[in-house]
Design a protein around this ligand. Structure first.
Ligand code: BES
Ligand code: MN
Ligand code: ZN
Length: 502
């Protein structure tokens, strides 16, 4: 059951709902609707009650109080913290909305005045979008394999506020946009959370065909024979140890009117990464069903472009395989020939992502896009550098890098610029081939991986996002759940919509 989010200009006290959610700033300063909420909850005693419960108005904290004095049509009031009033951002609203959705997981209808708590100067459409995203993402749970698990019972959220017709229109559009984008993030999370054993390359490709049909994308699936014909030597090499065939998915979004640019998205689709013969430890393997997070982000983001009327031509390139050890697996020391003709010495079979991305980037370049962005759970080294919540951003072109960073900042997805110095290039020079797939030594592993990828993008402005950390959450967060986060879907959508030729 999905949650429907509508808007209403009714007065908060008039709305019949199981719960009315009212924002509160740090210091227990009540936001829009606060005074009537106070009256409905016993008046002057409310503050003492909050103090007693330890509720201070910190971002995303909640406290629920039954309506005792009447005057409000809702059955209960949930106060949700926004932190310091002057520090409120769109992401604060996203987090608060998520907290409301979680607090309301046992009821069916919630009304909220969160729309009225937007940061100074923010347009009402963006505020509504953030609230809608927060509600959907906060309510998300992966229950496919928990038959006893109870999904949220929340089905309806009424966002109160508005004013004149233009504002109401902007709010409605923002809620619709936020709901669509959150739906895409959830699609990515579901794919990432699906076990490697039940989401092979073939399964992922079949899902892409289904999703593409439903969302107006042209989908081309290359099977193993086609992949051989196209000489995708990296993908074939990584797949050699597997009992499951590889796939390569190409997704095409063509806007209805004249396209305002032409952008390529590339996503690493390793459906399970055991490391291959350079086998991972048992611990290191535990989360490796998530190694197709880049692929999931590309598919999910593209699935919503038509619904939000993106004006840019976008093409997705998704190489898919698992990475397994076996008698037929690629051996350390083997040399593979990538689509663009470059040869790679495979010294560590666990550095497989760059091998399949090399083919995908080569193919993307052949289609002559104006710009490329790739997303990959590429290196543990990137997590060492930036921690688990920040993606590494590598750019071959300053303007394009800044454009991606700006889009990420607007969606509050954390990315940090990383260097790609030419003087580290010797670290990936091979004795027997053009380059080798693992740097000399462990240091700078995220950078040597990016330098490797750079060999396959020619002169097209290119950004590489190493999302090894943020693609997966180790515990529940404000609007993330433990597991797949759908990281970068929101940034990709924002980027596609706001794209200008770098
Ligand atoms: N998929 C992993 C990277 C990864 C590690 C993602 C942890 C998320 C969490 C990637 O294929 C990998 O194994 N990279 C190696 C590269 C090394 C062998 C050069 C790594 O980071 O250790
Ligand atoms: Mn690996
Ligand atoms: Zn991997």
């Amino acid at each position: 059951m999905t949650i429907s989010i509508t808007s209403s200009t009714s007065a908060p006290e008039k709305v019949k709902a199981d719960m009315l959610a009212i924002p509160v700033y740090e210091g227990r300063e009540l936001g829009v609707g606060g005074e009537l909420a106070r009256a409905a909850c016993g008046g002057a005693g409310l503050d003492a009650f909050m103090v007693g419960a330890g509720f201070e108005g910190k971002v995303g904290s909640t406290i629920t109080v039954p309506v005792s004095n009447g005057g409000v049509a809702a059955a209960a009031i949930t106060f949700v913290g926004l932190g310091k009033r002057e520090a409120v951002t769109l992401d604060t609203l996203r987090r608060a909305a998520a907290a409301v959705a979680r607090r309301a997981n046992k009821v069916t209808t919630v009304a909220t005045t969160l729309l009225g708590a937007g940061p100074e100067g923010a347009d009402s459409g963006s505020v509504a979008q953030a609230v809608a995203e927060g509600v959907h993402l906060g309510a998300y749970e992966f229950l496919r394999y928990k038959p006893e698990g109870k999904p949220t019972s929340l089905t309806k959220v009424v966002a109160l506020g508005g004013g004149n017709a233009a504002v109401v229109k902007a709010v409605k559009a923002g809620l619709a946009r936020g709901s669509a984008i959150a739906g895409a993030v959830i699609r990515a999370r579901d794919l990432v959370n699906e076990p490697g054993g039940s989401l092979s390359a073939v399964d992922f490709a079949a899902d892409a065909v289904k999703v593409g049909k439903a969302s107006g994308l042209k989908v081309t699936v290359l099977d193993e024979a086609a992949i051989k014909r196209l000489k995708l030597g990296g993908l074939l090499g990584v797949n050699r140890g597997s009992t499951e065939p590889p796939r390569f998915v190409k997704l095409e979004y063509v806007p209805p009117k004249q396209a305002k640019g032409n952008l390529a998205l590339v996503g690493k689709g390793v459906t399970f990464d055991s490391g291959g013969l350079s086998l991972k430890t048992a611990d290191g393997m535990e989360t490796m069903k998530t190694d197709m997070s880049g692929a999931a982000a590309v598919l999910a983001a593209m699935s919503v472009l038509s619904a939000i009327d993106c004006r840019v031509k976008v093409t997705g390139y998704i190489p898919l395989t698992d990475n397994m050890p076996s008698g037929s697996a690629v051996k350390p020391g083997d040399v593979l020939r990538i689509r663009n003709g470059k040869t790679v010495e495979v010294l560590n079979t666990d550095a497989e992502g760059r091998l399949i991305l090399a083919d995908a980037l080569s193919l993307a370049v052949e289609d002559e896009p104006e710009a490329i962005i790739d997303l990959a759970t590429l290196t543990g080294a990137c997590m060492v550098a930036l921690g688990s919540d920040i993606a590494g951003l590598f750019a071959s072109h300053d303007g394009w890098g800044q454009q991606v960073k700006a889009a990420a900042d607007r969606t509050a997805e954390s990315m940090w610029p990383m260097p790609m110095p030419e003087f580290y290039k010797p670290l990936i020079v091979s004795d027997v081939a053009d380059i080798k797939n693992s740097g000399a030594g462990r240091y700078g592993g995220a950078i040597t991986a990016a330098l490797f990828l750079r060999e396959f993008v020619g002169s097209v402005p290119w950004v590489h996002l190493d999302i090894a950390g943020p693609a997966r959450a180790a515990s529940d967060g404000a609007y993330n759940r433990k597991g797949g986060t759908g990281f970068a879907v929101r940034t990709l959508v924002e980027l596609c919509c706001s794209y200008s030729k770098p």
